[in-house]
Design a protein around this ligand. Structure first.
Ligand code: ZN
Length: 222
């Protein structure tokens, strides 16, 4: 179950697994479905490397801590350092791959933490909170500003979105993050979820895809 960065053609990627930088509420429709205000600048948080597991192998949910929600997100594998002020070209050049991630969230716990003004890590950074797919190279992926993504659960379409609807688009997001924390080769950025989030249950069969480019089937283990 050890995670290692890999391309979808089976080529391994010689980068260590670093941190996962996440952005909340990057699609307005998703912010609204949870009754959250749309932020005026990207809402950032981090999942540690210990939260990453290989999506393809399935994953277990934490037990006894309330409902776990899925959030399907486009993942960017960082292949070059990004720090401080970076140009759009440098931001694009640092993307070593495009993949898909689940930002698993203990939603009831997150609501409690939000109400108290506490950090979200207890709800977002637990072990296996970030199942992560393999990657495709940038040149094989659709345009960064028009990338579709979708999730079906047990054959039913649950999330369908496009990066065109991101409040902060991918390149601007990388530029913003680099000004806040240094991104290193092997780090991953997950870019927010479109609307349609909901509860996962043991036994659920999930198919995440960037249609026509990347498809990943997985299941919630019992
Ligand atoms: Zn998320």
């Amino acid at each position: 179950m050890t995670y290692q960065h890999q391309y979808s053609d089976g080529t391994s990627i010689d980068l260590p697994l670093g941190k996962v930088v996440c952005v909340g509420r990057n699609y307005a429709e998703h912010a609204r479905e949870l009754n959250n205000p749309v932020p005026s600048e990207p809402l950032l948080f981090i999942k540690p490397a210990t939260s990453v597991v290989p999506l393809a192998e399935g994953f277990r949910l934490p037990t006894g801590r309330g409902a776990v929600h899925y959030e399907t997100e486009i993942a960017l594998l960082i292949g070059a350092p990004l720090s401080g002020t970076v140009s759009p070209a440098d931001a694009a050049g640092a993307i070593a791959g495009i993949g898909l991630a689940l930002d698993l969230t203990l939603r009831e716990l997150q609501d409690q933490l939000k109400a108290k003004g506490h950090p979200w890590e207890r709800a977002k950074a637990f072990d296996a909170a970030c199942p992560l797919s393999h990657f495709v190279r940038l040149e094989q992926a659709p345009a960064l500003n028009a990338m579709p993504l979708q999730l079906t659960i047990n054959g039913e379409l649950r999330q369908q979105g496009t990066s065109a609807d991101m409040i902060t688009p991918i390149i601007a997001l990388l530029q913003h993050i680099a000004g806040v924390f240094t991104l290193l080769p092997g780090d991953v950025v997950i870019t927010g979820t479109p609307a349609g989030v909901g509860v996962l249950n043991p036994g659920d069969e999930l198919e995440l895809s960037i249609p026509g480019v990347l498809q990943q089937v997985t299941r919630v283990r019992d």
